[in-house]
Design a protein around this ligand. Structure first.
Ligand code: PPS
Length: 394
C-alpha cells in the first residue's frame, strides 16, 4: 500500500519468510491429503457432518473403517502440531501472512480455495439452500464489504453468512487492488454458487483505501452495493499496530511511529495505521463513482454491543428479510465479544478466532489524546457526509 512504512530487518524477515513458506507448503500438503481422503468413494456422507469440514476433522462420530483410518491420520496431525485450526481462524492467519509477503499469493490462494471448496461441500447440505451437488451458478458479487481494515469486517461477514439468501467467499479475494489483472472470470470463479435470489458477497477491507477500486467496481457493475464497517480511528490504528506487532515484535513503539517529530507533535499521516482512519478523505474518492445511498456504513462499535441491530440495518440495505436477529447471538464472557449460537453449516456455537479481539498494548494517554485531536475534524466531516454520528468524539 502506498502509505505503508517499510521496517527493514533483513534477518527476521528472511526467517519469517522461510517459516511462512514452510507453513504454507505444509498446509497445502495437508489439504491435498485431506482432499483426497475426503473424495474417496467411502467417505462420510455429507448429511452426517455436523460442522464444516475443517471443524469436522474433530468430529467424534466418525464410524466406518475408512473414516477411522482418516481419523487416526488426522489425530496424528492434530496431536503433533496445532495445524488443524478452525476455518475462519486459518483464513485470518493466512490473510495476515499474505499481507506481509504478497509474493506468496499463489500458494495462499491454493489453500484458501480448497478451504472454501470444502466449506461449500460441508455447509451446503446443512444450510439446505444448495444440494450437496452444489446447484446454482457462480456470479459476480452484488454486494461487497469494502472496509475498513480492523473495523470488524470478518465479524460482519461471518454473521451475514448465517442468512440463507447470502453466499459469501470466505477468503479476501483482493481483486480490485492486487489481482485486477487476473480479470473478471478469475474473480467470478472464486465465488460460491448461488441460486436465483441469493446474493453473492465478498469482503476485502483494503478496497476502501485503494484509489483505483471505486472505478473498477463501477466498471464491473454500477449497481454494486457497498458496505463499510467503520470504527473509532484511534482504536482502529492501535488495532492495526497490534496486528503488525504480533508478527514483528521488534517494530518501534506505537508512540514513536505516530509522530513525524514527537517534539513538534506533527502526526505522521504517511503511516498507513494513521492514514486509513481519515475516512472522510477516502470516502470522497468513492463518491466520485457511487451515490451515498449505495454505501452503507456499519458501526464497528455497535457491531460488538448490538450485533443484531447492525445486522438488521445491513439486511434492510441488501433488500433481505430480517432473518438474523437477537436470537442468533450470545455474548461470550471469555472472548469478550458476541458470538454466533450456530455458525453457517454448523449446530455449534461459534466465536471468531484468536486473531480477532486481540489485547491492545497500553498507549501513552497523551499520544491517544493528540490523535483524538487530529482525527476530530475528519470525523466531523465524515459524520456530515454520512448523516450518522458514530460517537467517537463524545
Ligand atoms: N464478534 C466479534 N468477535 C471478535 N472480534 C470482533 C467481533 N466484532 C468485532 N470485532 C472486532 O473486529 C476486529 C478485527 O477487524 P477485521 O475483521 O475487520 O480485521 S481485518 O481487517 O480483517 O484484519 C477486532 O479487532 P481487535 O479487537 O483489535 O483484534 C475486533 O475488535
Amino acid at each position: 500500500m502506498a502509505f505503508s512504512r517499510v521496517f527493514s530487518e533483513p534477518p527476521s524477515k528472511s526467517i519469517f519468510k522461510t517459516f511462512a513458506v514452510m507453513f504454507l507448503s505444509l498446509l497445502a500438503s495437508l489439504y491435498f491429503i485431506h482432499y483426497l481422503a475426503d473424495r474417496c468413494g467411502t467417505c462420510i456422507p455429507t448429511e452426517k457432518r455436523q460442522t464444516g469440514p475443517v471443524e469436522g476433522l474433530y468430529a467424534p462420530e466418525i464410524k466406518d473403517v475408512v473414516s477411522l483410518r482418516r481419523k487416526s491420520l488426522l489425530h496424528k496431525w492434530t496431536s503433533t502440531r496445532p495445524l488443524v485450526m478452525r476455518r475462519d481462524n486459518l483464513i485470518s492467519r493466512l490473510e495476515e501472512v499474505d499481507e506481509e509477503l504478497p509474493e506468496l499469493e499463489g500458494y495462499k490462494r491454493t489453500v484458501l480455495n480448497s478451504l472454501d471448496a470444502d466449506w461449500e461441500a460441508g455447509g451446503s447440505y446443512v444450510t439446505g439452500q444448495l444440494s450437496s451437488l452444489g446447484e446454482g451458478s457462480k456470479k459476480l458479487p452484488q454486494a461487497i464489504i469494502i472496509g475498513v481494515k480492523k473495523g470488524g469486517t470478518r465479524a460482519l461477514l461471518e454473521f451475514l453468512r448465517v442468512h440463507p439468501d447470502i453466499r459469501a467467499v470466505g477468503a479476501e479475494p483482493h481483486f480490485f487492488d492486487r489481482n485486477y489483472d487476473n480479470g473478471l472470470d478469475w474473480y467470478r470463479d472464486l465465488m460460491p454458487k448461488t441460486l436465483e435470489g441469493q446474493i453473492t458477497m465478498e469482503k476485502t477491507p483494503s478496497y476502501f483505501v485503494t484509489r483505483e477500486a471505486p472505478a473498477r467496481i463501477y466498471a464491473m457493475s454500477r449497481d454494486t452495493k457497498l458496505i463499510v464497517v467503520v470504527r473509532d480511528p484511534v482504536t482502529r490504528a492501535i488495532s492495526d499496530y497490534t496486528q503488525t506487532l504480533s508478527k514483528k515484535p521488534d517494530i518501534p513503539t506505537f508512540e514513536s511511529l505516530t509522530f513525524k517529530n514527537r517534539t513538534t507533535g506533527l502526526i505522521d499521516t504517511s503511516w498507513s495505521a494513521i492514514q486509513i482512519g481519515i475516512y472522510a478523505k477516502h470516502l470522497d474518492n468513492w463518491l466520485q463513482y457511487f451515490p451515498m445511498e449505495q454505501i452503507l456504513f456499519v458501526s464497528g462499535e455497535r457491531l460488538i454491543t448490538d450485533p443484531a441491530g447492525e445486522l438488521g440495518r445491513v439486511q434492510d440495505f441488501l433488500g433481505l428479510k430480517r432473518i438474523i436477529t437477537d436470537k442468533h447471538f450470545y455474548f461470550n464472557q471469555t472472548k469478550g465479544f458476541p458470538c454466533l449460537k450456530k455458525a453457517e453449516g454448523s449446530s455449534k456455537p461459534h466465536c471468531l478466532g484468536k486473531t480477532k479481539g486481540r489485547t491492545h498494548p497500553n498507549i501513552d494517554p497523551e499520544v491517544v489524546q493528540r490523535l483524538r485531536d487530529f482525527y476530530r475534524p475528519f470525523n466531523m466531516k465524515f459524520y456530515q457526509m454520512t448523516g450518522r454520528t458514530f460517537g467517537w468524539d463524545d
